[in-house]
Design a protein around this ligand. Structure first.
Ligand SMILES: [Zn+2]
Length: 245
């Protein structure tokens, strides 16, 4: 098993971006019992033969601090949180954040506590735009703003980037390559041995919510399951239908 998992919120609301708290524990327990190590992005990307799973959270939902962190600590699991800086509570900015303004978001104080617990904070733009629809200047402005705010609020320079909604094009990938060690998409695939460093696939946790699918992890059935999910997702005409943000 070699994969990067995407989560948004850990809560029991049943929303399209929520992963139930108890299932999150079950998933980490399953990984432990299966001897699948939970690795940081640095570790899993260090070698093409590295086996394990990396955990990522997109957007900066408050439940990452409130509900996911205690479970991550229990399993001593590293994780990365991709923050859309304009969406963070107590931000000086009152700018429009696309699609995530209605959620309960982290505060800078909570982000500092995540950092202090060893969680790594990464970039997810400032305003969370669809990057296929903006110019090079606008893309670079998103990156610069995000970096300035992360540096001034928490003293962090992000290494990794996740495309909002998973959407990207050649221009976005070229710009991201200038800024980040690697950039992550929502293409539903395990981590292959070779990949474009500006378009790394991830497995959306939306598809791993039942015990049945959790138990498929690390079995040959998983490949068949992912191919089927990909086929159905493409059939719906959207690259990331299941992932609202
Ligand atoms: Zn997002």
């Amino acid at each position: 098993m070699r994969a990067i998992l995407t989560f948004h919120s850990i809560d029991d609301s049943g929303s399209i971006i929520s992963y139930p708290r108890k299932k999150f524990s079950t998933l980490l327990e399953k990984l432990r019992k299966s001897d699948i190590p939970i690795l940081s992005l640095d570790e899993i990307l260090a070698s093409p033969s590295k086996q394990g799973v990396a955990i990522t959270f997109d957007d900066g939902m408050r439940s990452v601090y409130k509900d996911a962190l205690p479970i991550l600590k229990e399993y001593n699991a590293p994780a990365h949180v991709f923050i859309a800086t304009a969406a963070i509570k107590n931000s000086d900015s009152s700018e429009q954040v696309i699609n995530i303004e209605d959620y309960d978001m982290l505060s800078w104080g909570e982000i500092e506590k995540l950092l202090a617990s060893g969680i790594q904070i990464e970039a997810h733009t400032h305003r969370h735009p669809d990057m296929r629809t903006i110019s090079r200047e606008q893309i670079l402005e998103e990156f610069h703003l995000s970096h300035e705010i992360l540096a001034s609020k928490i003293g962090v320079k992000p290494n990794y980037f996740a495309y909002p909604f998973g959407y990207h094009n050649q221009l976005a990938r070229d710009c991201a390559s200038e800024f980040y060690t690697a950039s992550l998409t929502t293409e539903l695939k395990p981590l292959p041995k070779s990949y474009d460093i500006a378009a790394i696939p991830r497995l959306d946790s939306f598809y791993f919510q039942t015990s049945k699918t959790i138990n498929k992890l690390d079995t040959p059935l998983m490949e068949v399951y992912l191919k089927l999910r990909n086929f159905m997702r493409n059939l719906k005409g959207s690259q990331c239908k299941a992932t609202a943000v």
